[in-house]
Design a protein around this ligand. Structure first.
Ligand code: MG
Length: 391
């Protein structure tokens, strides 16, 4: 009889396993550019696994639950929040990474962190904060996500931030050139021309996930109807699949299943198109990906056209719907009130923000504090402040 043996997969086994199924151009833990503060290895978890767990256990990640994606956070229980959006992006990103033999752990980590920098009240909140902060250096949610993982999470004895690996941190910088067209740096060094394939996946997965779920939430809200969608070509491709399964073009089940098909069609297109692009590019290493001027993870040209049509439709009928206009106004009013208030009463901010005033200046400290708020906390603070000032 065989001896009862329980085999523990040690770190070295994890790295060997990684080598056995990753493509040559995939990012490997062993090839990572490392952390700002060097750390001892963990006995069971690779660097990217640890990075993922650090994000999952961060306060900023937990706050995503109470932040608006498109519909205000308390508008309805079925609408996506930043948290459920993020989880959907991570799942889709994993599927794409696994199919293309790329590093799932790294892809998932970037996906889980990609929206950490979002303000309360969704894009309306971000526009409001960007407007307020314009004279003081502006505001951008991508750079804010990096600031959160690099500085604002306070947990470890030796350093501020989560000390994530370079591969995750660089993956959070979506735009490689600034507004003047200059290459962006990280830790004083210019970033490579292109992000890793894992970061490219997280980026494309973000887009296609919100195309899918915003249609879903839009239908749910009544702002988008099936009749309006019947003008949209990619929706019709998905609807044809639903019809093949015996559904009529009406009702909740049809809508839900067609959204499912829509996402599936987009994911399939990205996987097939990217596989072909990777085959043609014939890259031998992650360094060759960095130097390759074009993004290799993408939709096919005809799908870029189809998804642009869908995106324009969403902009027109959802994001810039007159009902959303009042959200913009409300967000600006609340954000401005909060900003002006803390500028005069900085001692009312949380500990971390207060302590940073000395080093980064009052405006930045206030901006970081407000950007980190959930919708409900920002609204509560707004009420508290306006009630006080009305007395
Ligand atoms: Mg997103």
């Amino acid at each position: 009889m065989q001896e009862n043996c329980i085999v523990i997969r040690e770190l070295e086994d994890q790295y060997n396993l990684e080598n056995s199924f990753l493509a040559p151009y995939a990012t490997r833990n062993r090839g990572s550019r490392g952390r700002r503060v060097p750390e001892l290895e963990h006995p069971f978890r690779t660097d990217f696994q640890r990075d993922r767990d650090r994000i999952l256990h961060s306060r900023a990640f937990r706050r995503l639950e109470y932040k608006t994606q498109v519909f205000l956070n308390d508008a309805g229980d079925h609408y996506r929040t930043r948290l459920t959006h993020t989880i959907e992006v991570a799942a889709i990103a994993r599927t794409i990474a696994r199919s293309l033999q790329l590093n799932e752990d790294l892809t998932e980590t970037i996906a889980l962190a990609h929206d950490l920098g979002h303000t309360p009240f969704g894009h309306a909140g971000e526009r409001a904060l960007a407007r307020i902060m314009k004279p003081f250096g502006g505001f951008d949610h991508n750079m804010q996500a990096l600031k959160i993982v690099d500085e604002l999470e306070i947990k470890y004895p030796e350093y501020d931030g989560l000390n994530l690996s370079w591969d995750v941190r660089s993956g959070l910088i979506k735009h490689r050139t600034d507004e003047q067209g200059n290459r962006v740096s990280l830790d004083g060094e210019l970033l490579p021309v292109s992000p890793s394939l894992e970061a490219q996946i997280a980026d494309v997965a973000d887009d296609l996930t919100y195309y899918g779920h915003d249609v879903d939430d839009g239908i749910d809200s009544g702002l988008i109807t099936l009749e309006m969608l019947s003008e949209i070509r990619i929706w019709n491709l998905a609807a044809e699949q639903a019809e093949k399964r015996g559904l009529q073009r009406q009702g909740e089940r049809f809508a839900a299943y067609t959204v499912r098909c829509l996402i599936d069609i987009m994911v399939g297109n990205v996987i097939r198109t990217s596989a072909e692009a990777l085959r043609k590019a014939d890259l031998k290493s992650p360094e060759e990906v960095f130097a390759h001027s074009e993004h290799l993870i993408s939709f096919s040209p005809d799908f870029i056209e189809l998804t642009n049509e869908l995106r324009d439709f969403l902009y027109h009928n959802l994001y810039f719907h007159p009902l959303m206009g009042s959200l913009n106004e409300m967000s600006y009013k609340r954000m401005k009130k909060l900003f002006d208030h803390y500028m005069i009463h900085p001692y009312e901010m949380g500990d971390t923000a207060r302590k940073r005033i000395q080093t980064i200046g009052l405006e930045q400290a206030v901006s970081d504090y407000i950007a980190g708020m959930t919708d409900r906390f920002a609204s509560r603070e707004y009420r508290r402040i306006t009630e006080v000032s009305e007395v």
